[in-house]
Write a protein that binds this ligand. Sequence first.
Ligand SMILES: Nc1ncnc2c1ncn2[C@@H]1O[C@H](COP(=O)(O)OP(=O)(O)O)[C@@H](O)[C@H]1O
Ligand SMILES: [Mg+2]
Length: 289
Amino acid sequence: MRVRVPATSANLGPGFDAFGLALTLYDDLIVTPGGSGMTVQVTGSGEGEVPLDESHLVVRSIRRGLEDLGAAVPGFTLRCENRIPHGRGLGSSSAAIVGGLAAAYGLAGVPVDRERLVVLANELEGHPDNVAAAALGGFTIAWTEGETGRAVRLATTDGLAAVAYVPDNRVLTKEARGLLPGVVPHTDASANSGKAALLVAALTTRPELLLTATEDRLHQEYREPAMPESLALVHKLRASGLAAVVSGAGPTVVVLGAADRSCPPPDGWERHDLRIDPVGVQVWSMEAG
Ligand SMILES: Nc1ncnc2c1ncn2[C@@H]1O[C@H](COP(=O)(O)OP(=O)(O)O)[C@@H](O)[C@H]1O
Ligand SMILES: [Mg+2]
């Protein structure tokens, strides 16, 4: 079985902790049931870094999914072909969790229940924004009801592209969260709500409004000390008319808009020219041999 799960960008400027966008950069999981034990191989991102035992995030998520389904599976081999960089704000942890949960459905031989995926993945990840986009694809708005993760998916305007600028340093999500203030001015909160609402319109039908609709007053500037180069790049790109935002908890910078609007990456950064993944995680069974 092959599971393909997209990278995701959360926040998108004013949609803090709520908005997510699935991108055409994927981790693949190749899962072969059989045997009595479990083995893990990792190539690409995280190779030589992530654990290869039961504590591996994909394995924990497969176990959680199987438990939720009440399915017993004796053993499996897991091969991870990782392309989503780790600790850069492109949702590698959410991809591992959503991919592992979807693999559990595949192992149990039942179709993926995407709403249930969002609930379980939110529990494992601790917040629903990235997992919603990885599970549903497209543009998602996520929230929690009590402890329950929920999301709606909206289709993005035709031709929407995302350019991701990825530096080679990491920012851990936990560390970036610690920089946020407990209280913000009311004027910032109200400006932010208006822009978040406008961004729904911009992403779905009015892409010409993306630059103004991606203005954030709640989180990006507060995190500057953890990622000064990222904020400098956001400011530079926005000054040239591009809708640049910090992706998730950073330090990746994403530009939303029509494709082929070029700007070379800073020295030492990678540039990925991406589109929007419309469907979210997918599971294929493969022919034997
Ligand atoms: N494919 C994976 N397999 C195992 N662990 C993973 C995988 N992807 C991410 N992780 C774990 O999640 C961490 C990165 O999570 P996080 O700090 O939230 O950054 P990101 O923005 O990439 O999600 C990694 O250091 C690793 O511990
Ligand atoms: Mg994460």
